[in-house]
Design a protein around this ligand. Structure first.
Ligand SMILES: Nc1ncnc2c1ncn2[C@@H]1O[C@H](COP(=O)(O)OP(=O)(O)O)[C@@H](O)[C@H]1O
Ligand SMILES: [Mg+2]
Length: 341
């Protein structure tokens, strides 16, 4: 099996989680080797196992992956609802691993807006649409006039000025989620997080939710991370990160073809982290029964990984096998380490 560079790939693609937008805005989110372990009685569940993530200020990215892969865990850590077990996580100027409880309250109130999948969880049922949008500002102590002005501007953005006085149950599911996005924007946070915001919506309503996310992103430069299964996601966001088993395994984005047609093509790349680890696609692993030992050889621009079918011979030093395993885990050619050290 060969892992080759995709055509047109530039060197920056090799950097885990880095910019894909062709210009480099400062990083707003930076996670390094992030772990989350849940302990229940004597059972441990490793939900995140070494996540590296970089998101630029003003980016709109999506996280996709199977159920149980760690998407909500990652979002909950970024929102300050949950603390990581190990690793580094910086959002803006804050280090979320070493943040005081007081700072965390401020962070959650002012620096991040959150939208849940369940529409009922996002809005207070007995408050009107406008009151819901203003509630976070009221809690933060914003004066009435600026509160009103901003909620009117947001209602205008939703195209829902005429529904300001309605209660949540008098809205469609799609409208409720759009109001939830406006409510999350109430205190003008620099970061908006949404965990499957369209999970309970049909595709047409989901389109509108993603259009609104893009509008908020472009108009107010809010950085957005959205966990989703929305089929149209590739065309709605700057990058899609694929999470598998608690690690970012690959990422995809559209690239212009640079011909006159103005077409864009979809590229998916494996993510190689700082120390050279990568996750091979499961179908590769299954097809070649790549598990346990493999060899990795480097040849020009290509790394070739092959399964090792024979175990260590008796009487031979087993350090040969150990070296190969390290190389396979790191996704590197054997010998590369020694050269660098
Ligand atoms: N509070 C918790 N206690 C114990 N295990 C948890 C908890 N939250 C999540 N997990 C486990 O962590 C893994 C990832 O969960 P989650 O982040 O919710 O996945 P996703 O959102 O991708 O479906 C799952 O195995 C899940 O059972
Ligand atoms: Mg989830």
């Amino acid at each position: 099996m060969r892992i080759t560079q995709s055509s047109g790939q530039t060197p920056e693609i090799r950097r885990a989680g880095g910019s894909r937008r062709g210009h480099s805005d400062p990083l707003y989110i930076e996670c390094q080797d992030l772990f989350k372990i849940f302990k229940r009685a004597d059972l441990e569940v490793v939900s995140l196992r070494g996540v590296d993530l970089e998101v630029e200020a003003g980016e709109l990215i999506a996280i996709v992956g199977a159920s149980g892969s760690g998407k909500s865990t990652l979002l909950n850590i970024l929102s300050g609802l949950d603390r990581p077990s190990a690793g580094q996580v910086r959002v803006g100027t804050r280090d979320l691993l070493n943040i005081s409880d007081r700072e965390l309250v401020h962070y959650r109130r002012m620096d991040v807006g959150f939208v849940w999948q369940a529409t009922a969880r996002n809005l207070v049922p007995y408050l009107s649409v406008q009151e819901n949008i203003e509630l976070p500002m009221a809690i933060a102590g914003t004066e009435v006039d600026p509160r009103r002005a901003w909620s009117m501007e947001l209602l205008d953005a939703l195209g829902m000025k005429d529904k300001a006085a309605r209660l949540p149950h008098q809205l469609s599911g799609g409208e409720q989620q759009r109001v939830a996005i406006a409510t999350a924007m109430s205190n003008r946070p620099p970061l908006l997080l949404a965990d499957e915001p369209t999970g309970e919506l049909d595709n047409q309503m989901a389109d509108q939710v993603f259009e609104l996310l893009r509008y908020m992103n472009r108009t107010y430069n809010v950085t957005i991370v959205v966990v989703t299964h929305y089929p149209g996601v590739a065309h709605s966001v700057d990058r899609v990160l694929h999470i598998r088993d608690g690690r970012i395994s690959s990422e995809s984005f559209l690239r212009p073809t640079f011909d006159r047609s103005g077409e864009v093509t979809h590229h998916e790349y494996l993510v190689v982290d700082r120390v050279g680890r990568l996750q091979l696609p499961t179908d590769y692993v299954d097809k070649l029964q790549l598990q346990g030992l493999a060899t990795a050889n480097i040849d020009d621009e290509q790394v070739t990984i092959r399964p090792v079918t024979e175990g260590p011979q008796s009487g031979q030093p087993d350090s040969v096998g150990a070296d190969d395993q390290t190389a396979q885990e790191l996704g590197q050619a054997p010998g590369q380490d020694e050269e660098e050290q």
